[in-house]
Design a protein around this ligand. Sequence first.
Ligand SMILES: [Zn+2]
Length: 392
Amino acid sequence: MARLIYAIEAAPGHQFPGHPECPGRVEAIQQALQSLRVFAGCADGQVEQLGTPPSQLPEGLLETVHTAGHVAELRATSARLSGPTAVRDPDDPDGPTYATPTSYTDALRAACTAVALIDALVASSSGPAGKSNGSGGVGGGSAGSSSGSAGGSQQPLAASAFSICRPPGHHATAVEQMGFCLLNNAALAARHAQRAHGLQKVLILDWDVHHGNGTQDLFYDDPSVLFVDLHQEHVWPGSGALEETGTGAGAGATINVPLAWHSGHAAFQRAFERVVAPAARRFAPDLVIVSAGYDAHYEDPLEKLQLQAGSYHWLAAAVRRLAEELCGGRLLLLLEGGYNQQALGQSVAETVLALLGKPSAHPLLEASQLPHPEPLGQVDAAIERVRQQHGL
Ligand SMILES: [Zn+2]
C-alpha cells in the first residue's frame, strides 16, 4: 500500500499585494485535493496529515545551511516591518522578493515542517524489524522492486512525504534571500537527514521551471548530495548550464539539464529516463528529496515550458518507483513554484494521486492541443550532451 504523510499550510501572513507567490496558491491546492477527492477510498493509515511542527529547528541545523548574518537579517527585517515590503528586486516584473512581519516565522515553519516530515518518513519505515514480514523471508510484499541498496532489509517501505507549505526555498543561498525564497527548505531537510538519521547520500531532484541556484550553490563542493535540476534554459536566474557540474570533491555531483523553450511532457520523460534515473542508480542515495515546482505547466504565467497536470502524475510515480528501488521508498517532496492557481491545484493533486498509487485524473492532451510543438530534436541533443558530460 502506498502511504503518504503530508503537511499543508498557506502562511496567510506572508503575502504582498498582487504577488504571484501568495497564500491563494495553497488554498487552490486545498480546494483541488477536495474537489478531485484524491483521498477518497484510501485505506486506514494510508494518509496521515502532519500535526503542528516544532517551532524551532534542531540545534545547529540552520547554521549548516545559512550564515548567521542571513538569518539575523531575516529575523530583524520581519521584526521591524509593519506591512509587506519588497526586500529585493523591487522592479522585477514577476514581483519582488518580499517580507512581512510574519515572514521569518513563516519561513521557519516551512523549514521545520520539512524537517518534521523527514523524521516522520524515517519513523514510518523503522517499525520493529520483521514485524510483518516474518523472519525468513520472502521480502516484504510491498513493491516488487526492493533490490536496491537497502540491502536485504526486512523493513517496510517508507511512506512518501509532501510538504505543501510556503514560502518556497530553492533559490535561497547561504547568504541571501532571492526569487521569493527565504530559507532553503530542501537543503535543511537534506542536512537534517544526514545529521539526525545517518542518511548520508541524498539525491535532490529539482523539477521547478527555474534553476535551483540556491540549492546548487549550497552543495556545489559536496559529494554527499547529488543535485539534478531540470529547468528552462536562458531564463531567470541565469544559472544551470550543463557545464556547471560541481567543484572539488563535489565534481560531478551537480547535473543540470537545461531544456529548450516549449519543452513539455515528452522532454521531461526523456530527461528522467536518460539522465535522472541512471544518475540516481549510480549514486545510490539513502534519501530522495524533490524540489517540486509546478511552474513548468503550460498555463503558468511566468515561463514557457509545457508540462500538463498529468505530467506531474508521471513524474511523481517515476520518482516514487526510483525511491522504492534505491532507498526503501524514502521520498520527500517540497512545494516550490507554480503560479497559475488552477493548474497548480490540479498538478499537486496529480502528484498526490501518484504518491498514493492511484490513477491520474487528467489525461494528457494531444501534442496538437498544446500552444507549441515540443522541440524534441533540441531536447534529445541536450540530453545527449548531459549524458556525455556525466558519463551516463
Ligand atoms: Zn520557479
